[in-house]
Each structure stands twice: as C-alpha cells, then as structure tokens.
Design a protein around this ligand. Structure first.
Ligand code: PLP
Length: 497
C-alpha cells in the first residue's frame, strides 16, 4: 500500500448552517426549535454544539439586547468563545459547499470581556499605577476602543500607532512615545499632534528632540536586568546607570525638560523580582536627576507583566515602591503592559489542509497510526496559518503554541480514548521554516478537513503577521462571552470616537 492510499478523503459537513449565523445568543432551546428534526437526529456536529456546557450559554439566554455595531468594523457578538470557534467551523463548511474560495480560512475569536477582566484585575492589584497599554502588542481596533473607553493611557512606538490612538479621540496627554530611538520626522509629527511625553536613552536623541520638539516632557529609559525575560529588550535599549548623569547634564544644557525615568524588565518576564531590582535602579536615576537640577515626577515601570504571575509581580512592585519611593505624593507612576491585557483574549482556529508522511519515515511507521515514539513524528499536518502569519510569535516572541483538536472527523466531540500519535504541524507556505509545532501528540485519526485551535494567541501575533506567499492575515470574530460581557458591550456602545 502506498503512503498516498492510506489518506482518507476530507471531511464533509452535512448540516444546515443558517441557524448558527445569527448573532443571537446560542441556547439549546433556540437551536432545537428552529432545526429540522431529521437533521437534529443525524447531525453529530449539532449535538456537539448543543453540548457546550450549560454555564457557558446560560448567562446570556434571556438577553434581548442587540450586538455592538461600530461602522466599518465587524460586529461584537455575544456567546462563549468556544461557541464562536464552533460556529466558525460550521460556517466554513457551509461556504465550502458553496465553493467559496478560501472557505476554510483560519480565524481568530477574540473575547473582549477578557481584556476588561484584566483591567479590573490591574485596578485591584495595582491601583496606584496607571496602565498605558503597549499598542505594539496588538493594535486591534476593538481592544484600543475598549481600553480608550476604560481610560487607560497608550504606549506608542511610531507615528502610525500615535495616529491610530488619536483617531479614537484620545487626548494626546494620555500617550507616551516610548521608543527611545525615533526618526526626527516622527518627533516633529508628535510635536504637532501634541504628544509630549517621550523616552530617550542617548545623546543624539536629545539633539533631535531639542531641534524639533523643545517642549517635550522627557523620560530617561534606563537599562535594567532583563535576563529573566523571554525577550531581552536591553540588547537594544536603555541607558546604563553610569551614563545617566552625563545624559541628564546634556539635557540640561539643551534646556530640555526631563520629567522622569522608565525601564522595561523585558517582555515575558518570568521572575517578578526583576521589577524590584529595576525600581532600585530607578531610585538611583531619580537621585541623579536631583543632582542634575531636575525634580522628577514620573516613574514608568514598563511592560513585562505576565498573566500567571501578575499578582506576585504586583506584590513585588508594591513592596519595592514602598522601600525605594516611600514618599511619593508628587510621583505619578505609569506602566506599559501589553501581553498582560491581550494574550489570553484571542484564540485561533486553523484548518488541516494537508497531511503527509515525514520524508524520512518508513512505511511501517506511517501505517501503524499509533504512537510508538513520542519524540519522532510519524505524520505531518499542514494548517492554513503559520509562522509568516499568526505564528510569527514563534520566531519573534519565543512562544511554543500548543494545538488542541477543535473538530475531528466531522464532530466536535473528541473522545478521550482516541489514540494519539506523535505529529508535527506546519504552516501553509512553501518555506520549511514554517513549522508551528515540531512535535506534538494528536489523534491518530486526525485528517484533512479537521480543525485545530490554539489559545493564548492575542499577543505579538496578528500585529506582525505578513501575507507571504499570498496567504491573507487571519480575520477576527469578536465576542463578549466571558464574565462582565454585558458591561463590556455597554462600555463599547457608550464610547463615541
Ligand atoms: C517600550 C515597550 N513598552 C512595553 C512593551 C510591552 O511589553 P509586554 O507586552 O511584555 O508587556 C514593549 C514590548 O516590547 C516595549 O518595547
């Protein structure tokens, strides 16, 4: 038997999709009432959709309210993110039956109520520190709208980001241009736009700013220990403390107003103590400011906040502030969190578009279809988003996304007893660097047409995705299905740009 012959045909989905395309909340009663009995009985997918745990749909059942619609943007729906992942799969099946090009394209589902919950969590744990969301992490239009409505500030790295935030009607005083090395034209533009707060870490930057934005409110970015982080930003930015006195002397000579100190412990910081060390260094920089004739009033503790360690980091930070800035009534403290707000808010669904045996595999390994060696994949799956798209986070952000099975052989039900097989997962482009998972355990029956999903896809993903090889950037379906969904929709509705 050749390796090609063992491939089964792709899954065809046989159900009426119309009832699922409605934006109304998905509840078992509304679904079964509008679905023909024969189809209900024969359709595994429908019963699987209905099997979404009741707590997921119950909260929205009696809700008659409209979805949020912002002109020019997709609607913000209701319902749990899992429901929308499944709806997307079924919609794709419907489009495929209509021979729609790219019917099975990959898609994100973003639950904006997660962003909202993170904001509440921030306020609870760090009430003294104002978050300035790092736009670079995910400049999604709804994420920005929601955070603008909630009153956060914004950390922008370029004119493009500044314009995007200002176009929402956010006052320029709520922005910090937190890129220590800026093009002169960008600095000039930010002066025109009224964005005054900006960071620097070198003398040339001071000369540029003195020339085109002499009224800027400057923040010296200091170098801190970033060795406990996934992305070490100190390789590129941050003035070592020994250089700070000379930098401040130059700023004074140029008649520039330095108002404070910033740092970044590195993105994806896995040791909260890095923040304590950084605050200690910031204290030293404040003292240098005094020696140079400045009276600093701003401390920017940067980004690097992680979802799982947030409370621990907040506690370390508060203790460090107590120790090194005990009298801080005239001190404004801001932060530049990115990943913290959005990482978990986005999931990605991707379709298995191809399957083959690894080049070096034996006939026996391929046809066995069971896991003989968990380290060496015996099957390669190709999905329709990869490292040139959403999974650029593997290359740029040192992430290791893990797939789970969204649909298997036409069903959303994946039996726990299904045998697993060491598999690799690849993106759709013709480049061999386009590997999403070099080895992972997936059901041995997974085949072309099935769907994989990935959680934690909100940070440093869609923002850096390219269209290499002509593959489009995956689109986002928005929902507010998590806790506080109703409040989130009200906040979005009441925000008038
Ligand atoms: C200047 C600056 N601020 C904030 C951030 C956001 O960091 P994180 O997403 O780790 O919170 C970054 C990320 O690169 C950054 O460069």
């Amino acid at each position: 038997m050749s390796q090609v012959e063992v491939l089964r045909s792709s899954v065809t989905f046989d159900f009426d999709i119309d009832i699922f395309t409605s934006c109304s909340p998905c509840s078992p009663s509304t679904l079964s009432a509008s679905f023909p009995r024969e189809k209900r009985l024969t359709n595994a997918l429908v019963s699987e959709l209905l099997s979404v745990p009741s707590h997921i749909v119950r909260a929205e059942e009696d809700d008659e309210e409209e979805d949020v619609v912002v002109p020019g943007l997709p609607p913000v729906l209701r319902g749990h993110r899992d429901v929308h992942l499944r709806r997307g799969v079924m919609k794709a099946a419907e489009l495929a039956t209509e021979n729609e090009p790219d019917a099975e394209k990959a898609f994100y589902v973003a639950d904006l109520s997660y962003v909202y919950q993170q904001h509440l969590r921030w306020k609870k744990n760090l009430p003294e520190i104002e978050p300035f969301y790092a736009v670079k992490c995910n400049p999604d239009p709804y994420v920005l709208r929601l955070l603008a409505a909630l009153g956060t500030g914004f950390d922008c790295a370029s004119n493009g980001e500044i314009n995007q935030v200002l176009s929402l009607g956010v006052d320029p005083s709520r922005l910090i241009f937190a890129n220590p090395c800026k093009a002169t034209s960008f600095i000039r533009q930010s002066a025109k736009a009224g964005v005054d707060k900006m960071t620097f870490d070198n003398t040339d930057e001071l000369y540029k700013i003195a020339r085109v934005h002499p009224g800027a409110k400057l923040v010296v970015r200091i170098l801190t220990d970033d060795s406990k982080s996934l992305c070490r930003l100190g390789l590129k930015f941050g003035a070592p403390l020994v250089t700070v006195p000379a930098l401040l002397a130059k700023a004074k000579e140029l008649n520039l107003d330095v108002i404070g100190v910033s740092f970044h412990v590195g993105s994806g910081c896995f040791d909260s103590n890095a923040f304590a060390d950084a605050v200690m260094r910031a204290r030293a920089a404040f003292d240098m400011g005094k020696d140079a004739g400045y009276n600093f009033t701003l401390l920017d503790v940067g980004g690097g906040f992680e979802d799982p360690t947030f409370e621990a980091t907040a506690s370390v930070l508060k203790n460090a502030l107590e120790e090194f800035f005990p009298a801080r009534e005239n001190l404004r403290i801001i932060a530049e969190p990115g990943r913290y707000y959005v990482a978990k808010a986005f999931s990605l669904a991707a379709n298995v578009i191809a399957r083959r045996a690894p080049p070096n595999s034996t006939e026996a390994a391929w046809s066995q279809e069971t896991d003989t060696d968990s380290e060496h994949p015996t099957v390669m799956y190709y999905i329709n988003d990869g490292v040139y798209g959403a999974f650029n986070c593997i290359l740029f952000d040192h992430q290791t996304p893990q797939p789970y099975v969204l649909s298997l052989n036409g069903s959303f039900h994946v039996p726990s007893t299904v045998p697993l097989r060491a598999s690799s997962v690849w993106g759709p482009t013709c480049d061999s660097i386009d590997c999403v998972c070099s080895v992972t355990q997936l059901p041995s029956t997974l085949q072309v047409g099935d769907w994989l999903a990935f959680d934690n896809m909100g940070a440093y993903t869609v923002c850096a995705a390219s269209q290499f090889n002509g593959f489009q950037v995956s689109k986002v379906t928005y929902t507010t299905g998590g806790e506080h969904g109703k409040e989130v929709r009200e906040v979005l509705r009441s925000f008038v740009a």
